[in-house]
Design a protein around this ligand. Structure first.
Ligand code: GLN
Length: 181
């Protein structure tokens, strides 16, 4: 199994290390050819405006939308903004929604996995706020300050925080299980 990490800009390196530490092969995705080789994809955090610009510049915007209809996706932080902009998830987001005071906060979250509820350490870095979830098929797995911060629609998982910075790997492990089942 190959998990791809979109590697045009942002925190792709930390995701790669996480995936490899869990014994799964990782491919850094910068081209359409690489996109075709992966069985699942991670959209990392970074700057959604820069990523949008680079995806369009490299003619990857449409191919990425198409591929994300076929394979599991984990989007983190700016990646969640991309999912909204690409029409992959019907949600409303506010960029940098928590304002400056939450630029680098670490907060414990209570996360509902399928059969368990676990505490997860979440790093929020100029995170977007998910202000509305407009699709009944989207499950909300965790809230922070009354807003959804981890959501899932089938095999699309979206976190407004940075699970790749956490010492343990609950979100990545859950994603790998999603891919396998
Ligand atoms: N503030 C960034 C944006 O709007 C997201 C921050 C992040 O990914 N850590 O794109």
């Amino acid at each position: 199994m190959n998990i791809g990490v979109l590697a045009l800009q942002g925190a792709y390196d930390a995701h790669q290390k996480k995936i490899e530490s869990l014994g799964v092969n990782c491919i850094l995705v910068k081209t359409e050819a690489a996109l075709a080789k992966v069985d699942a994809l991670i959209l990392p955090g970074g700057e959604s405006t820069t990523m949008t610009y680079l995806l369009q510049k490299h003619q990857l915007w449409q191919p990425l939308i198409k591929r994300m209809q076929e394979i599991p996706v984990l989007a983190t932080c700016a990646g969640v903004i991309l999912l909204q902009k690409m029409g992959v998830l019907d949600i409303d987001v506010i960029r940098n929604g928590y304002g400056r005071q939450l630029e680098s906060g670490i907060f414990p979250l209570s996360v509902k996995f399928d059969t368990t509820e676990e505490e997860v350490e979440a790093f929020f870095i100029r995170a977007p706020i998910i202000n509305a979830v407009n699709d009944k098929e989207i499950d909300i797995m965790s809230y922070h300050l009354d807003k959804p911060v981890l959501i899932r629609k089938n095999k699309i998982l979206a976190a407004t925080f940075h699970p790749e910075l956490c010492q343990s790997s609950p979100i990545h492990k859950y994603f790998i299980d999603l891919i396998r089942h």
